[in-house]
Design a protein around this ligand. Sequence first.
Ligand SMILES: Cc1ncc(COP(=O)(O)O)c(C=O)c1O
Length: 402
Amino acid sequence: MGFDATALRAEFPLLARGGLHYLDSGATSQLPQAVLDAVMAFETTSRANVLRSVHRLAEAATEAYEGARSDVARYLNVASDEIVFTSGTTAAINVVARSFGDMLQPGDEVVVSQIEHHANFVPWQMLRDRRGIVLKALPLTADGRLDLAALGRVVTPRCKLIALTHASNVTGAVTDVASVVSAARAVGAKVLLDGAQRVPHGPLDLAALGVDFYAFSGHKMFAPTGIGVLWARKALLEAMPPLLGGGEMIRTVTLERTIWADVPHKFEAGTPPIAQAVGLGAAVRWLSALDWPAVSAHEMRLTQRLLDGIGQIGGARIVGPAGLQGRIPVVSFDLEGAHPHDICQILDGFDVALRGGHHCAQPLMDYLGLAGTTRASLALYNNDADIDALLKGLDSAAAKLR
Ligand SMILES: Cc1ncc(COP(=O)(O)O)c(C=O)c1O
C-alpha cells in the first residue's frame, strides 16, 4: 500500500497552511479533512438527537452514532456493545474508579504506577479515600520504564485491579502488557490500560492483549475534542452499576424503581456528544486504511533522528528510554540549567510547538527529581523539516539559557 508522508500531511488543513512545526500531538492532535468532512456532513444532513425519535432524521443520526461505535470496535478488535462513549480518557477512568471501584471492599488493593498521568492516579486516590482500599504504586527503572520485576512483590492476592498506562505521555515507554496480565491473572485481578497515548499509533487487538478495561480520548487520535472511549468486557459492564442516572440509560422507570438499559447505553446517560462520536468514527476509519508498518517506520525514523540530535546538544539529556525499542514517538528531555517553559518559549520563536512542564505526571517528576521536562510528541504527519526546526531551535535555546 505504501505511505506518502507529504500527501498525508497535506490532508491536515491546519498544517497545510505551513509555518508551523507541530510537535505537541501528545497533548492534542490535528484533524484530517476526512474527519472535518464527516462532522460537517453529519451536522448539515443528519443532525438530530439519537435513540429517541422515530422520524427519518433521528434515525439517520442514530445510525451515524451507532455506526461510529462499530468503527471504533473494529479499530480495537472488540464487540461494539462493549464500547462506551465518554468525554475522554479522564472520564472513562473515572467511570471505572466510581463504578467498578464501588464494588471493592475496604482492604482490597489497586495497583497503579509512579509513571501515570494524573487521570490514572487521582481517581484511584479518591477511591482509596472513599472506600478504604489500599493504593499501591509500581516503581520505575532508571530509564523511566515500569519496574515489572516488582510485580511479584507489589501484586498480592488482595489485588483487584492493576491500572497502568499503555504508553507514557512523558517518556514514551510502552508497557509490556503480557507480564502485567499474567501477574493479574495469577491473583484474579483485572487490568485497566490508559491507552490515551497509544491509540494514535495504530489499530489494536484488545482481545489478544488480554486486558479488561481500556480508556482513551478522541482528540489525541485525529478526532474532535469532547469524545473518548471506555472499553470493558461485556460481563464487567453488565455487573457494574451505572454512574450517571437520567435519560437514555434506562429501560423502564416507575415511581418505585428504574431498570437500566442494556450495555453500553446504561453508561451513556443524557444526550451524548453525537457529532464528536461521528468524528471519532471517521478518524478510526481513516486510520484503519493506512499502511501501518510504513507509518510506524516513518514515525520511528523521525524519533531516532530526534534522539540522535538531542544527544548532540551540550547539557541535553533524554528522559526515558534511549532507543526505539518499546516506545512511541514521544521524547522528553532535560536541558541542564534551563526551565522547560523558557525552552518552549524560545522554540515557539522557531515556529516549533512543544510542551514543557510536569505533563500531569507529578509523581513521575518527583521520582526524576525534576520540576518538569520538555516534550516533543510526534504524529504521523510530522516530517524531517519539523525535526530540523526543533534541533535548530534547541541549539539556540541551549546557547541562550545555559
Ligand atoms: C497518558 C494519558 N492519560 C490520560 C490523559 C488525559 O486525557 P484527557 O485529558 O483527554 O481526558 C492524557 C492526556 O494528556 C494522557 O496523556
